[in-house]
Design a protein around this ligand. Structure first.
Ligand code: COA
Length: 165
Protein backbone atom coordinates (compact mmCIF):
# COMPACT_ATOMS: atom_id res chain seq x y z
CA UNK A 1 0.00 0.00 0.00
CA UNK A 2 1.32 3.43 -0.87
CA UNK A 3 0.02 6.82 0.22
CA UNK A 4 0.34 9.76 -2.13
CA UNK A 5 -1.26 13.09 -2.99
CA UNK A 6 -4.37 12.92 -5.15
CA UNK A 7 -4.03 13.45 -8.88
CA UNK A 8 -6.73 14.73 -11.24
CA UNK A 9 -7.43 11.21 -12.53
CA UNK A 10 -8.19 9.97 -8.98
CA UNK A 11 -11.28 12.12 -8.52
CA UNK A 12 -13.99 9.63 -9.48
CA UNK A 13 -12.35 6.86 -7.46
CA UNK A 14 -12.12 9.13 -4.41
CA UNK A 15 -15.84 9.91 -4.71
CA UNK A 16 -16.67 6.19 -5.02
CA UNK A 17 -14.54 5.14 -2.05
CA UNK A 18 -16.01 7.96 0.05
CA UNK A 19 -19.62 7.17 -0.89
CA UNK A 20 -19.04 3.47 -0.22
CA UNK A 21 -17.43 4.06 3.16
CA UNK A 22 -20.16 6.40 4.43
CA UNK A 23 -23.12 4.43 2.99
CA UNK A 24 -23.47 2.46 6.20
CA UNK A 25 -22.63 5.29 8.62
CA UNK A 26 -25.76 6.16 10.56
CA UNK A 27 -24.93 9.78 11.40
CA UNK A 28 -23.92 10.58 7.81
CA UNK A 29 -26.15 12.54 5.43
CA UNK A 30 -24.17 11.06 2.50
CA UNK A 31 -22.88 14.48 1.41
CA UNK A 32 -19.21 13.57 1.94
CA UNK A 33 -18.30 13.11 -1.77
CA UNK A 34 -19.97 16.48 -2.54
CA UNK A 35 -18.00 18.14 0.28
CA UNK A 36 -14.69 16.89 -1.13
CA UNK A 37 -15.65 18.09 -4.63
CA UNK A 38 -16.74 21.49 -3.31
CA UNK A 39 -13.51 21.92 -1.33
CA UNK A 40 -11.51 21.06 -4.43
CA UNK A 41 -13.58 23.43 -6.57
CA UNK A 42 -13.01 26.24 -4.06
CA UNK A 43 -9.25 25.64 -3.98
CA UNK A 44 -9.65 24.76 -0.30
CA UNK A 45 -8.59 21.12 -0.39
CA UNK A 46 -5.28 21.73 1.39
CA UNK A 47 -4.26 18.12 1.50
CA UNK A 48 -5.91 15.18 -0.25
CA UNK A 49 -4.16 11.85 0.21
CA UNK A 50 -5.06 8.52 -1.32
CA UNK A 51 -4.07 5.01 -0.26
CA UNK A 52 -3.34 2.82 -3.28
CA UNK A 53 -3.15 -0.95 -3.28
CA UNK A 54 -2.56 -2.96 -6.44
CA UNK A 55 -3.23 0.18 -8.48
CA UNK A 56 -6.63 0.75 -6.86
CA UNK A 57 -7.62 3.55 -4.52
CA UNK A 58 -8.75 1.95 -1.27
CA UNK A 59 -8.75 4.98 1.04
CA UNK A 60 -8.75 8.75 1.16
CA UNK A 61 -8.35 11.59 3.62
CA UNK A 62 -8.98 15.31 3.16
CA UNK A 63 -7.69 18.24 5.19
CA UNK A 64 -8.86 21.85 4.81
CA UNK A 65 -8.25 25.08 6.70
CA UNK A 66 -10.63 26.03 9.50
CA UNK A 67 -11.06 29.45 11.08
CA UNK A 68 -10.95 30.20 14.79
CA UNK A 69 -13.13 33.11 15.85
CA UNK A 70 -13.28 33.93 12.14
CA UNK A 71 -9.51 34.13 11.63
CA UNK A 72 -6.92 31.90 9.97
CA UNK A 73 -4.71 30.65 12.81
CA UNK A 74 -2.94 27.88 10.91
CA UNK A 75 -5.43 25.22 12.00
CA UNK A 76 -6.91 22.53 9.76
CA UNK A 77 -9.86 20.18 9.82
CA UNK A 78 -9.41 16.46 9.14
CA UNK A 79 -12.11 14.83 7.07
CA UNK A 80 -13.83 13.27 5.41
CA UNK A 81 -11.70 10.14 5.84
CA UNK A 82 -12.76 6.90 4.17
CA UNK A 83 -11.58 3.38 3.63
CA UNK A 84 -13.30 1.03 1.18
CA UNK A 85 -15.60 -1.19 3.26
CA UNK A 86 -13.86 -4.44 2.27
CA UNK A 87 -10.50 -3.03 3.42
CA UNK A 88 -11.54 -1.45 6.72
CA UNK A 89 -9.84 -2.51 9.93
CA UNK A 90 -6.51 -3.19 8.25
CA UNK A 91 -4.65 -0.05 9.25
CA UNK A 92 -5.26 1.95 6.07
CA UNK A 93 -7.25 4.70 7.81
CA UNK A 94 -4.60 5.05 10.50
CA UNK A 95 -1.83 5.23 7.90
CA UNK A 96 -3.67 7.95 5.97
CA UNK A 97 -4.33 9.99 9.11
CA UNK A 98 -0.72 9.71 10.32
CA UNK A 99 0.63 10.65 6.89
CA UNK A 100 -1.66 13.67 6.72
CA UNK A 101 -0.73 14.87 10.20
CA UNK A 102 2.99 14.44 9.38
CA UNK A 103 2.54 16.52 6.24
CA UNK A 104 0.67 19.26 8.13
CA UNK A 105 3.48 19.34 10.72
CA UNK A 106 6.07 19.69 7.96
CA UNK A 107 4.10 22.59 6.52
CA UNK A 108 4.16 24.34 9.90
CA UNK A 109 0.48 23.92 10.77
CA UNK A 110 -0.52 24.93 14.29
CA UNK A 111 -3.11 22.23 14.84
CA UNK A 112 -5.87 20.00 13.56
CA UNK A 113 -9.47 19.43 14.57
CA UNK A 114 -12.02 16.78 13.67
CA UNK A 115 -15.43 15.40 14.34
CA UNK A 116 -15.44 11.71 15.05
CA UNK A 117 -15.45 8.79 17.45
CA UNK A 118 -13.18 9.69 20.39
CA UNK A 119 -12.14 6.05 20.89
CA UNK A 120 -10.68 5.93 17.40
CA UNK A 121 -9.03 9.35 17.23
CA UNK A 122 -7.41 9.40 20.69
CA UNK A 123 -4.75 7.03 19.37
CA UNK A 124 -3.43 9.83 17.16
CA UNK A 125 -3.27 12.26 20.10
CA UNK A 126 -6.60 14.03 19.53
CA UNK A 127 -8.30 15.28 22.70
CA UNK A 128 -11.37 17.20 23.68
CA UNK A 129 -10.72 20.78 24.79
CA UNK A 130 -13.57 22.83 26.22
CA UNK A 131 -11.75 26.03 25.21
CA UNK A 132 -11.95 25.15 21.50
CA UNK A 133 -15.61 24.96 20.52
CA UNK A 134 -17.56 23.73 17.54
CA UNK A 135 -21.24 24.54 17.48
CA UNK A 136 -22.40 22.04 14.86
CA UNK A 137 -22.12 18.79 16.84
CA UNK A 138 -22.08 17.42 20.40
CA UNK A 139 -18.87 18.46 22.17
CA UNK A 140 -17.81 14.87 22.87
CA UNK A 141 -17.23 14.23 19.15
CA UNK A 142 -15.14 17.36 18.56
CA UNK A 143 -11.43 16.90 19.16
CA UNK A 144 -8.20 18.74 18.56
CA UNK A 145 -4.51 18.00 18.19
CA UNK A 146 -1.96 20.76 18.79
CA UNK A 147 0.86 20.48 16.25
CA UNK A 148 2.90 23.59 17.10
CA UNK A 149 2.73 26.46 19.53
CA UNK A 150 0.01 27.09 22.08
CA UNK A 151 -3.40 25.42 22.03
CA UNK A 152 -5.89 27.63 20.21
CA UNK A 153 -9.07 28.80 21.92
CA UNK A 154 -12.32 30.03 20.45
CA UNK A 155 -15.01 28.99 17.97
CA UNK A 156 -14.05 26.77 15.05
CA UNK A 157 -15.73 27.02 11.66
CA UNK A 158 -15.14 24.68 8.76
CA UNK A 159 -14.97 25.86 5.14
CA UNK A 160 -18.42 26.65 3.65
CA UNK A 161 -17.95 23.64 1.33
CA UNK A 162 -18.96 21.48 4.30
CA UNK A 163 -22.49 22.69 3.61
CA UNK A 164 -22.33 21.20 0.10
CA UNK A 165 -24.60 18.46 -1.08
C1 COA B 1 -13.05 5.29 10.08
C2 COA B 1 -12.18 4.65 9.02
C3 COA B 1 -11.63 5.71 8.07
C4 COA B 1 -11.01 3.95 9.73
O1 COA B 1 -10.17 3.35 8.78
P1 COA B 1 -9.74 1.82 8.96
O2 COA B 1 -8.68 1.52 7.96
O3 COA B 1 -10.94 0.97 8.96
O4 COA B 1 -9.13 1.87 10.45
P2 COA B 1 -7.78 1.23 10.96
O5 COA B 1 -7.64 -0.16 10.43
O6 COA B 1 -6.67 2.16 10.77
O7 COA B 1 -8.06 1.19 12.50
C5 COA B 1 -8.83 0.15 12.99
C6 COA B 1 -9.17 0.45 14.39
O8 COA B 1 -10.07 1.53 14.43
C7 COA B 1 -11.25 1.15 15.06
N1 COA B 1 -12.31 1.91 14.41
C8 COA B 1 -12.54 2.06 13.10
N2 COA B 1 -13.61 2.87 12.92
C9 COA B 1 -14.03 3.21 14.15
C10 COA B 1 -15.09 4.01 14.62
N3 COA B 1 -15.96 4.62 13.81
N4 COA B 1 -15.23 4.15 15.96
C11 COA B 1 -14.37 3.55 16.80
N5 COA B 1 -13.36 2.78 16.41
C12 COA B 1 -13.20 2.61 15.10
C13 COA B 1 -11.34 -0.32 14.87
O9 COA B 1 -12.13 -0.92 15.84
C14 COA B 1 -9.88 -0.69 15.06
O10 COA B 1 -9.55 -0.65 16.43
P3 COA B 1 -8.29 -1.47 17.02
O11 COA B 1 -7.08 -1.00 16.28
O12 COA B 1 -8.28 -1.08 18.46
O13 COA B 1 -8.62 -2.89 16.76
C15 COA B 1 -12.95 3.59 8.19
O14 COA B 1 -13.37 2.55 9.05
C16 COA B 1 -14.16 4.14 7.43
O15 COA B 1 -14.02 4.52 6.26
N6 COA B 1 -15.34 4.18 8.06
C17 COA B 1 -16.54 4.67 7.42
C18 COA B 1 -16.46 6.17 7.21
C19 COA B 1 -16.25 6.91 8.50
O16 COA B 1 -16.88 6.63 9.51
N7 COA B 1 -15.31 7.89 8.46
C20 COA B 1 -14.92 8.66 9.63
C21 COA B 1 -15.98 9.67 10.00
S1 COA B 1 -15.41 10.65 11.32
Amino acid sequence: MIIRQEQARDRDAIARVTAGAFAAVEHSDQTEPAIIAALREAGALTLSLVAVEGGEIVGHVAFSAVTIDGADKGWFGLGPVSVRPDRQGGGIGSALIRAGLDELRERGAAGCVLLGEPDYYRRFGFEQDAALRYEGAPAEYFMRLVLAGPAATGRVDYHPAFGAG
